[in-house]
Unconditional design. Structure first.
Length: 101
């Protein structure tokens, strides 16, 4: 579904989503019931707000960081925006790994 939605970005209206599900051979009734339930709407809005608070304006966006203490918390120290080349990620990750702890 992810690939199909990205390939058909002009057809993301709610009424078009069922057609995408059907084209992929999904259980359209179950898909539509899930969509209609709005079960995940609050979580999606929360995620959007969290991203906006830190400056995310679109995708892709990446936060690089390191774990703190027991590893349960991550401290974000670098924000990368856009579809960047591998070498950019590698250089930034290497900097994080080489930084004093």
């Amino acid at each position: 579904m992810h690939d199909r939605l990205f390939a058909n970005q002009q057809q993301l209206q709610p009424e078009a989503l069922g057609k995408h599900a059907e084209a992929l051979g999904l259980d359209v009734q179950a898909f539509q019931a899930c969509l209609d339930s709005s079960q995940y709407t609050a979580k999606i809005h929360e995620s959007l707000q969290d991203g906006q608070k830190i400056g995310v304006t679109g995708t892709p966006a990446f936060l690089l960081g390191s774990t703190q203490g027991d590893g349960a918390e991550v401290k974000a120290v670098k924000f990368l925006i856009g579809a960047l080349p591998f070498d950019t990620f590698k250089a930034n990750i290497d900097k994080l790994l080489d930084a004093p702890k």
